[in-house]
Write a protein that binds this ligand. Structure first.
Ligand SMILES: Nc1ncnc2c1ncn2[C@@H]1O[C@H](COP(=O)(O)OP(=O)(O)OP(=O)(O)O)[C@@H](O)[C@H]1O
Length: 687
């Protein structure tokens, strides 16, 4: 991008800052400032039509991610991780690497301020114990004076967490200063004293102006994402409760809120359902419920190094917990704050109905480049606007939505009997990285493809689905043979469309059953269309056309691993053998299935069933139980099936299993098993 020539931005500045950042010599604060400045420059360039919106959005994403990564990083050397610390820094004007963020407020002068003095006096008089004793004690422990803190009762719990955004810019910071501990009104008095609300103008006017200015400057990046209210001066206006005079609207609080809002804005810009206004409204979190839950959930947590303090990621986690159960299930904890705000921003999971990407309906949501949930009527046309879906035929998206995307019930690890090694490996290499992309980076990053191989009916599909459920990913399940047969001539397009939709719905798991038929070794007789599908698949799998940050996992399953060619094998880096269930797993399957039925099986009888079913697959065991469950019905021979009462059906007994063994046989031959074992020894990643 060409450097804008207007204003104070010059090419040399641009280059200088680039080299400063690249040199690795600048502090995290300087880097953050630089990235923020870059974001502004991008915005100027865009506003002046020097770059396209797409280009601006891409650049913005890039730098916003870098910026967020710094302010979110828990690493002391590379990040400005500590939210409270930064607020404190702002107010104290110490340890601040950026002179842009200077504040006139210091620990030394804060007590000299008239308003603070007044509040101290007032708090002396007020004996009402609006603050919860526990909170007060926590504050006291920290040496923070509530009497000096301009907190409302509703904010008391917040204070106790150490992240009272409202107070952080003023007395909390001061409270941490050396003088406060010796102050007559310090920890003892705060235990019962909560000061009355003070007019905004009374409180610490000194620090407000400069901070507000800086923050306004920082906010100007917002329009790129369509949050107009952030630039028109309303960005620092606190909506709802906060502005009605009941709560504080201290100038310096505003600054701190704005600082927090500014940070949140970076999370909230593209976050589903998170408008700029809400992200700039810490006061909403100051209602008692929020404050209490905040306090409660973090008590004793030392994760961030500040007891009771929550980072933005943790806040996200708490927010997730507050969502209805169904939502939680669909979108489990995502710690990838940066990714969340700037990535696909999906809010649905594997079991909800597919929500096609549609154009944004108003400028304030998502900035128009992301997918957005939308309740679409049956006749309403599908309008893919996501860049990644522009070249995809809508009918393909429809097909994927109806036939490939899985809407079934969730699967837990406990639902899969046995295969402990495979489950443990998958959790480690796939599920955790999908849940914590921030930790599993570089070499720890998840593979793009894994292969589950083994006899039929051993739970490979279950595992694929479980991966999706447990990692909060959207589950796409397709049989490779249907690519070549069902969508004749369209298979290649379907592969492309599938990956494109998955990219919009990431994190996503694409489960491909019978993957051998897609990736079989090339032969002379290979059909041209099959070859094209295979090529397209390998291209997609390689991520050649995708960003390396895409969180899409391909899980291939096969009963014929030996047919997979070398190139494909290499790409499916983790090849896990899913063997026949051992005795303990078979017992688990029978016990689990029987526990849902009326039965009279004793422990010994179950053991006998397990013994007798040696060599059965999971699917065989299920079939055996089904067959046995029909026994009681068959024994009602003489009765009219249309008239019998449910209670007339006797419980399932061992005798039913005995007769079931007469018709249900193991589906896997020992010869096949040998083949799997051999292939596992050669190419498998198991033990
Ligand atoms: N390990 C297992 N634990 C519990 N149930 C199992 C297990 N393995 C198989 N089943 C039962 O068998 C059914 C079929 O399993 P699944 O489809 O996952 O096997 P698969 O290995 O994918 O088979 P295929 O190779 O034929 O596609 C499951 O719905 C489940 O009822």
């Amino acid at each position: 991008m060409e450097a804008p020539t207007h204003g104070t931005v010059h090419l040399s500045d641009w280059q200088k800052s680039y080299f400063a950042i690249a040199s690795g010599t600048c502090t995290p604060g300087q880097k953050a400032d630089e990235y923020r400045a870059k974001i502004l420059r991008i915005q100027y360039a865009w506003a002046n039509s020097e770059i396209s919106q797409v280009c601006a959005a891409n650049l913005f994403k890039k730098y916003a991610e870098k910026y967020s990564a710094i302010i979110d990083s828990d690493n002391i050397e590379t990040g400005l991780n500590n939210y409270a610390e930064n607020i404190l820094t702002l107010a104290k004007c110490q340890q601040n690497d950026s002179d842009k963020w200077q504040s006139a407020l210091t620990t030394e002068n804060v007590f000299g301020l008239k308003c603070v003095q007044e509040r101290m006096q007032a708090s002396k008089k007020v004996q009402s114990s609006q603050m919860a004793p526990a909170d007060a004690l926590v504050l006291a422990d920290k040496g923070v004076s509530a009497s000096a803190a301009p907190c409302l009762p509703g904010l008391s719990a917040f204070s106790s967490t150490g992240e009272n955004e409202h107070c952080a810019g003023s007395s909390k910071c001061a409270g941490r200063g050396p003088h406060l501990l010796e102050h007559p009104l310090s920890s003892k008095s705060l235990q019962s004293n909560v000061p009355p609300v003070t007019k905004a103008s009374d409180i610490l006017p000194v620090s407000s102006a400069s901070l507000s200015e800086q923050i306004h400057a920082g906010f100007q990046a917002a329009p790129l994402f369509g949050h107009k209210e952030m630039t028109n001066g309303a960005s620092l206006k606190i909506p709802g409760n906060c502005s009605d005079g009941q709560n504080l609207s201290l100038p310096n609080q505003s600054a701190v809120q704005a600082w927090s809002g500014k940070r949140k804005a970076f999370y909230g810009l593209t976050d589903k359902g998170s408008t700029a206004t809400s992200s700039l409204a810490p006061c909403q979190a100051s209602n008692t419920t929020e404050a209490n839950s905040f306090s409660g959930s973090r008590n004793g947590s030392e994760e961030s190094g500040v007891p009771g303090f929550r980072t933005a990621k943790e806040q996200l986690w708490v927010d997730q917990q507050k969502k209805p159960q169904s939502l939680q299930q669909r979108a489990p904890v995502s710690y990838g704050g940066v990714k969340k705000s700037l990535g696909a921003g999906r809010s649905r999971g594997p079991f909800s109905k597919f929500v096609p990407p549609v154009p944004k309906q108003d400028g304030n949501e998502n900035g128009g480049v992301q997918c957005k949930p939308h309740a679409r009527g049956p006749t309403e046309p599908l309008l893919p606007v996501d860049e990644r879906l522009k070249s995809i035929e809508p009918k393909m998206v429809e097909l994927i939505m109806h036939e490939i995307m899985d809407h079934g019930p969730p699967v837990n690890w406990d639902d899969i009997a046995g295969v402990e090694f495979a489950k443990a490996t998958i959790k480690e290499i796939v599920v955790w990285p999908m849940l914590r992309p921030d930790i599993f980076t570089g070499l720890r990053g998840p593979p793009k493809g894994i292969l589950l191989f083994g006899p039929p009916g051993t739970g490979k599909t279950l595992i694929g689905k479980c991966i999706a459920c447990q990692s909060g990913a959207t589950f796409f399940s397709i049989s490779a043979s249907s690519l070549t047969s069902k969508w004749v001539g369209e298979g290649e397009k379907m592969v492309r469309a599938l990956f494109a939709v998955a990219r919009c719905q990431q994190p996503a798991v694409i489960f491909i059953d019978e993957i051998d038929s897609l990736l079989s070794q090339r032969g002379d007789g290979e059909h041209e269309s099959s070859r094209r599908i295979k090529t397209e698949f390998l291209v997609q799998l390689d991520g050649a056309t995708t960003s390396s940050e895409d969180r899409i996992l391909v899980v291939g399953a096969t009963n014929r691993p030996q047919e997979i060619d070398e190139a494909a094998r290499r790409r499916l880096v983790k090849r896990l053998y899913i063997p026949l269930p051992e005795a303990s797993a078979r017992k688990q399957i029978v016990s689990r299935l029987m526990s849902k039925e009326h039965n009279c099986l004793s422990e010994e009888e179950i053991e006998l069933i397990v013994k007798q079913s040696d060599g059965f697959s999971g699917a065989d065991m299920t079939q055996l139980c089904r067959e046995a469950s029909l026994g009681p019905i068959r024994s009602l021979q003489s009765m009219d099936i249309t008239t019998i009462m449910p209670e007339q059906v006797r419980p399932i007994a061992f005798v039913d299993f005995e007769s079931a063994f007469g018709t249900v046989r193991p589906s896997v031959s020992s010869k096949d098993l040998e083949l799997y074992e051999t292939w596992n020894r050669t190419f498998g990643c198991g033990r």
